[in-house]
Design a protein around this ligand. Structure first.
Ligand SMILES: C[S@@+](CC[C@H](N)C(=O)[O-])C[C@H]1O[C@@H](n2cnc3c(N)ncnc32)[C@H](O)[C@@H]1O
Length: 305
C-alpha cells in the first residue's frame, strides 16, 4: 500500500508520479525501523511541498475532488481483484486453510484483550444481540486486519451468519480465516461499500470497526448501509471522535487549522466527526439508539425505522 484516501484526493488529476515516488520510498526505507520511518515521512512531506507548493493549491485540489470526485479506487492503493498474483492467493488461503485462522485470530486477540478491550465488548454485544427471530444476519463493512471481525465472530451465535466486505481481497479473506478458526458461518467478500452487492432490507446488523473514518464518500456508504439493513435493524459503528486527530499533520503543513480542515473534509464527503455522522444518519432515517464515548473514539448504535 503506498497511499491513502487523502493522496487520492490531492493527486486526483495525476496520480502516477506520486505513486511511483512512494514505491521508490518503499524500496529505500524499512518502515519497521523508527528512524527510517521518520526519514521516509520527511521525504514524503517534501514531495507534498514540491508538488503542492501553496495553501491555495492544496485547497483547490480538495475542492476539485468535491466537484468531480466520484467513488472510485485509484491505482496503486490496495490490490484490486484483477491484480492478484499467485503469491497473494497463497498468502490469504494460507491463513484460512493451512492455519485454520490461528495467526489472524492471535493478532486480533491481542487487540481485543489489550487496547481495544473496552469498546470491543460493546461493539460485539450490540452487533451480535438479535433484533428479531430467525437467523441473525450480520454484515461488517471494512474487514481490514480483522480486529472488529474477530470480536464479532467469536461472540455470535452458532447459527448466526456473518458477511464481511472489503475492497481489498486479501483483507476480505481475513474474515474467512477467522470464521474457520471459531467454526462459525463467516465469509469475506471483495466489494465496494459504494455499491453493495446485496438486496434491500437483508441484514439485521450492519457494522464497522474503525472503517468509516478511513473511507471516502461516507454519504454514499451510509446510503448503502441503510438500504441493506432491515427495518428495525441496527447500524453499529466504532469511529474516532474527530478526523483532525488522525490527519492534522498534513493540514498543519499548509497552515490550515482544525475547523477549516473539518469543513474541507465535510465538503469532500470524508468523515469529519461524530456530529457530521449523526446528521447524515438522521437524514437517512436512522435513529440514534446509543452513544458510548471513549477518550479518542466512540461506539454509536442507530436503528432503521
Ligand atoms: C483501517 S481498515 C479497518 C479496520 C478493521 N475493521 C479492523 O478492525 O481491523 C480500513 C479498511 O477499509 C477498506 N476500505 C476502504 N474504503 C473502502 C470501500 N470504499 N469499500 C470497501 N472497503 C473499503 C480498506 O481496504 C481497509 O481494509
Amino acid at each position: 500500500m503506498v497511499g491513502n484516501e487523502w493522496d487520492d484526493i490531492l493527486y486526483w488529476e495525476d496520480y502516477e508520479p506520486f505513486s511511483r515516488f512512494c514505491r521508490e520510498l518503499d524500496c529505500r526505507y524499512d518502515i519497521r525501523d523508527p528512524i527510517e520511518y521518520e526519514k521516509r515521512r520527511k521525504e514524503r512531506d517534501a514531495f507534498y511541498r514540491r508538488t503542492i507548493p501553496t495553501t491555495a493549491e492544496f485547497v483547490r485540489r480538495f475542492h476539485r475532488y468535491a466537484l468531480h470526485g466520484k467513488p472510485h479506487w485509484v491505482d496503486g492503493h490496495h490490490k484490486l481483484i484483477n491484480e492478484l498474483a499467485e503469491e497473494d492467493l497463497r498468502r490469504c488461503y494460507h491463513y484460512a486453510s493451512d492455519q485454520n485462522g490461528a495467526e489472524r485470530v492471535s493478532a486480533a486477540e491481542k487487540a481485543r484483550c489489550g487496547w481495544a478491550s473496552q469498546h470491543l465488548t460493546h461493539y460485539a454485544d450490540k452487533v451480535c444481540t438479535p433484533t428479531g427471530s430467525g437467523t441473525h444476519k450480520i454484515m461488517e463493512m471494512t474487514v481490514g486486519a480483522g480486529v472488529g471481525t474477530n470480536a464479532v465472530v467469536r461472540s455470535m451465535a452458532d447459527d448466526a451468519v456473518y458477511i464481511g466486505v472489503d475492497i481489498d481481497f486479501i483483507c476480505a479473506k481475513n474474515a474467512d480465516a477467522i470464521g474457520r478458526y471459531y467454526g462459525k458461518r463467516a465469509l469475506g467478500i471483495c466489494a465496494s461499500l459504494w455499491h453493495l452487492p446485496f438486496e434491500d432490507n437483508l441484514f439485521d446488523a450492519v457494522c464497522s470497526h474503525f472503517g468509516l473514518d478511513e473511507c471516502r464518500e461516507i454519504d454514499t456508504i451510509l446510503d448503502e448501509a441503510t438500504r441493506v439493513l432491515k427495518p428495525g435493524g441496527k447500524l453499529v459503528l466504532v469511529s474516532r471522535h474527530n478526523a483532525w486527530l488522525r490527519r492534522h499533520r498534513i493540514f498543519e503543513t499548509y497552515g490550515i487549522g482544525e475547523s477549516q480542515a473539518l469543513d474541507l473534509m465535510r465538503q469532500v464527503r470524508l468523515y469529519a466527526d461524530f456530529e457530521q455522522l449523526n446528521t447524515l444518519a438522521a437524514e437517512r432515517g436512522l435513529v440514534t439508539a446509543d452513544y458510548i464515548p471513549f477518550e479518542k473514539w466512540y461506539v454509536a448504535e442507530y436503528r432503521k425505522a
